[in-house]
Design a protein around this ligand. Structure first.
Ligand SMILES: Cc1cc2nc3c(=O)[nH]c(=O)nc-3n(C[C@H](O)[C@H](O)[C@H](O)COP(=O)(O)OP(=O)(O)OC[C@H]3O[C@@H](n4cnc5c(N)ncnc54)[C@H](O)[C@@H]3O)c2cc1C
Length: 407
């Protein structure tokens, strides 16, 4: 039986991209079910790597998205202690990558995807909380809390790191774990600050108390995203984090304590202007767990949320593009066989990405003076040694995989 109808749980990046790819390329019909009552994102701005840009172009999203963001040719990485550069992440290779990176507001990304979806005739149903899943021989059904039951050929869990599809129906043991790191961000009007901010488009300052990212989010470079990633004690509950996040003055003082210093005096000026900081804890899930069960498959963060390394949107889009190709290739085979092939092709790249993300992430936790200097050296060596690997990763494209080799 051909795979014709996909039930997609989660209307975020992976869910919207999956619906676009499967309707456009595989001529399937898709129904998206989102738990929130309306489209929403958390996390401010996001960097889209060149591979993410190519996939968004392929899905028809890029023309409406690109004018909204700020082109990023490289991310400068600097020491907070000395102000000296430690290296860069280079996106400036149009010949190989086709695009530079782009810093955009998450909301602009989601809205651009939703508009493209609307044009493709796919609706997202909001306020839908999945209660149970029923597998039959030739189909799968999702039952929602409001009593609605929908039937499809496959069910894609695109419901993010806290995925109900993963924790209820695929692997209850893979619960999200707090990483010990939280993120606090704000957006500043940079119009009158431009001359004191010495960044091209994006700079990351690393120090003993965390790292601080500055990045413009629009082409005119008038809106500055300022985001701190830092070791933070667990407060134990969602409410606890919300309460901690309400105390703007305490958060501002904490950031000033961590990141101000005589070497980079402009940081104090910027941090003093923050008054709408948003705080959220960063979670991850255990590595290398199962992604599939019967007709269900996890995509994006639901499958492989890892410590933030600025590349996971590209990985989520890549999941989707690969799945689309595998379903096309496996036409006539069972859903389980298709998902097995997908898993086999996808695992090595994801495992490698998780390893790199875990390695880089430890450095943002609190470090003493000696360890900070050591980490600066390690960062410098790491960036130098991994630059060609990064170049290969940004050029990598799942559309180039020769699936005929896999029967
Ligand atoms: C601090 C931080 C910074 C980051 N920066 C970057 C960056 O610069 N570049 C980059 O590429 N990546 C970055 N990432 C990673 C990136 O945000 C994620 O990889 C990406 O959002 C994953 O998309 P997704 O669609 O899988 O999940 P999500 O974006 O989390 O979307 C999941 C959707 O499912 C919905 N949902 C949840 N539960 C249910 C349910 N039970 N039923 C129905 N719907 C449900 C949610 O409401 C949401 O709409 C960062 C992550 C963090 C934590």
């Amino acid at each position: 039986m051909p795979t014709q109808h996909a039930l997609i749980i989660g209307g975020g990046i992976a869910g919207a991209a999956a619906a676009l790819a499967l309707t456009q390329r595989n001529r399937m019909t898709c129904s998206i079910f989102e738990i929130r009552s309306e489209p929403a994102t958390i996390g401010g701005a996001i960097n889209l790597t060149p591979n993410a840009m190519r996939y968004l172009e392929h899905l028809g999203v890029l023309p409406r998205l690109k004018p909204k963001g700020c082109e990023v040719k490289y991310i400068d990485i600097l020491s907070l202690r000395t102000g000296q550069p430690l290296g860069k992440i280079n996106f400036d290779n149009i010949e190989k990558f086709k695009h530079h990176a782009l810093r955009v507001m998450r909301d602009d990304l989601l809205q651009s995807m939703l508009q493209t979806l609307k044009e493709a005739g796919v609706d997202v149903q909001y306020g839908m909380k999945v209660q149970s899943v029923i597998e039959a021989n030739e189909s799968i059904s999702a039952v929602f809390e409001d009593g609605t039951t929908v039937k499809g050929d496959i069910l894609l869990g695109c419901d993010g790191i806290h995925s109900a599809i993963r924790t209820k129906f695929i692997d209850p043991s893979r619960m999200p774990e707090y990483t010990g790191v939280a993120c606090a961000y704000d957006l500043l009007d940079a119009g009158d600050l431009r001359e004191i901010i010495p960044i091209e488009s994006t700079s990351l300052y690393t120090g003993g108390f965390g790292s601080l990212l500055l990045s413009y989010t629009n082409a005119a470079k008038t809106r500055l995203y300022i985001s701190a990633v830092m070791g933070t004690e667990d407060v134990g509950s969602r409410e606890g984090w919300a309460i901690k996040g309400q105390d703007q003055e305490a958060m501002k003082q904490d950031l000033l304590r961590r990141f101000r210093g005589p070497t980079l005096p402009f940081l104090e000026k910027l941090l003093s202007r923050t008054d709408s900081l948003v705080l959220y804890p960063v979670f991850k899930i255990s590595d290398n767990g199962p992604w599939t069960s019967g007709r269900m498959l996890l995509l994006g963060d639901a499958a492989h949320a890892m410590p933030p390394q600025g590349e996971s949107v590209g990985l989520a889009l890549e999941d989707v593009m690969l799945l689309s190709r595998v379903l096309e290739h496996c036409n006539g085979k069972s859903v389980e066989e298709s998902f097995q092939l997908y898993d086999k092709l996808r695992r090595p790249r994801i495992n490698a990405a998780v390893k790199m993300a875990n390695f880089g992430f430890e450095t943002v936790k609190r470090n003493g003076w000696f360890k900070t200097i050591l980490i600066e050296w390690i960062t410098w060596i790491f960036l130098a040694f991994t630059s060609s690997r990064k170049e290969r990763e940004f050029a990598y494209d799942v559309r180039d995989i020769d699936l005929d080799c896999f029967g």
